[in-house]
Write a protein that binds this ligand. Sequence first.
Ligand code: FAD
Length: 625
Amino acid sequence: MKEYGVIVIGGGHAGCEAAHAAARAGVKTLLITMRKESIGQMSCNPAIGGIGKSHLAREVDALDGLMCKTADNSALQRRTLNSRKGPAVRATRIQTCRDAYKQNMQAYINNREELDVLEASVTSLIIDGNTTRGVITDDGRKYYSISVIMTVGTFLGGKIHIGEKSFSAGRAGDKASNDLEKFFFEHPFKIGRLKTGTPPRIKKHSINFSRLEIQHSEIGQPHISYLYDHYGLASKNINQIPCHITYTNKEAHEIIKDSKKLSPMYNGKINSIGPRYCPSIEDKVERFEDKESHQIFLEPETSSDIEIYPNGLSTSLPEEIQQKFLRTIQGLENCEISKPGYAIEYSYFDPRSLENTLETKYIKNLFFAGQINGTTGYEEAAAQGILAGINASLKFKNKEMWCPTRKEAYLGVLVDDLVTRGVMEPYRMFTSRAEYRLRLREDNADERLTEKGFEMGIVSGLRLNLFKKKMDKISLESSRLEKILIQPESKVSHYLKDQLGVTLKRAQSLKNLLKMSNIRYEDITKLDCFGKTVNSDIGHLVANNERYSGYLKKQEEEVHLLEQQQGMVIPEELKYEEIRGLSNEAIEKLSKIKPKNIGQASRVSGVTPSIISLLRIHLKKCSFK
Ligand code: FAD
């Protein structure tokens, strides 16, 4: 029997990134998934990016991952969110054609050297001592490997609810993974239950769009992959299809309230916690009782454009109630449902049982990534997937495993939050979770990660060259603008005063002007002295660097100070019970999580500054460094 370097279980967003990354690193990899046809399937909304999420997606892209290029080549609509706010919180969102996304993803997976794909269901792992050695599939076959990455999403013990009906399923149309869940009951993992949901899909021909607000793709067509945005390559173009906007109303809310007892979330059938930031319509009506309406985006699902996704209407009410409240909504008066909305409950592993490499603490060479770690969202899954793929490949090569820090990447924030704090509800990324968000912009993920990815063998030479060309262009344009000076009484200076309200008291370079918050790169291109440039495409990046250089320097100093305080290493063998004054609760928590340094210890929930102070005194006394 052939032995693999890495076996990945699951062909969702985490699984695809994990398997492709390990194979890119030159490690023979096997991707096992229940149905080849559903590799890269988007279980819910067919969109990639959005606030916080695009930051993660771009980091996956900077590591040569698949998600962003797949989205760009399947785009039905492109937008920049928060475009009026600063670049740290600006976010690209790509509405994709669900079918094209799957096909493009499958093409990447099927054409990758070193990557085999097998259609089967994994029922258990092969364990030798406390190390995994491979997997066993439902036909009893054994597949051996050095590492296993498990990315089975909502499938572990999955149970779908629609009104009073409930049945076992991984998601609509797929079987649940019950045997695999049972296998883990025999191991010391803490397993919990969470839930999520999806809205009904509506037949497009049954919607009256004539009275609805239309939302077109953005002019300028932002892309989410660096390949098509900063590096100048051309993406595939498919038909751009607009979205429409409508609203719920009092009548719909009354129907939903009156049917509460039929909703499994309120009649006691579902007790597990769902994503607070992506609530069902039942939740919204209950929680925001004063609100008379909620905005609904009617988004296209595919380029064939026959089904519509009503974003904001996730529900598990009976199908006939779904139909009834939908028909009260403007534009949906005669709508027909093609698939009902549903809620799904599933099992997840407490992520505090993971190292920050995503290797489990209880079984060596076993990695967990994606929704099974308590997260929600494609981007969160993909980011964990690529990290697990990288680390399984590094492990195979006997190299030190890697995880970016909180100041290097949103991926670092995500993993650190998961492994130190665990989850109380499905975890999704927000820019507010990152303390260093000026550094972690959507536009500079490649500056933070691409060279590191190349060193680890997962970024191609081709991509590294494209990245270096971009950096050369930035520095050329930056030094060109530094040399162009505007004198206070010149014609250009008067123009600046009249048009932009900027008064120059002394000579200023164009580069310096970009530091001013009311001047954009486009503004200086209109000045007579601007001259000719071959690099206008990266001008906005030069401007971002200039505008934030002062703040970034300040943040750099803060980071340095914090690192000195928080970087104090805690030796793995530290016996917390020997620290005088530490409560039993603190001893138990810290011994379980085994934080690697003071910074990580301070983020463990319930660990107070006084506990940290005792810990630091103890470490200093024992002269641990
Ligand atoms: P998945 O994409 O679920 O992939 C799991 C893979 O594992 C599948 O390929 C499956 O075939 C395979 N698999 C499972 N068991 C086995 C086995 N035993 N052997 C072999 N293969 C196996 N996210 C949002 O951001 N917003 C939302 O509104 C949202 N709504 C959702 C609604 C529903 C109904 C569902 C199901 C999910 C929703 N999500 C939502 C979550 C989002 O789909 C997931 O976060 C994301 O897909 C997780 O990616 P993953 O790779 O971890 O798992």
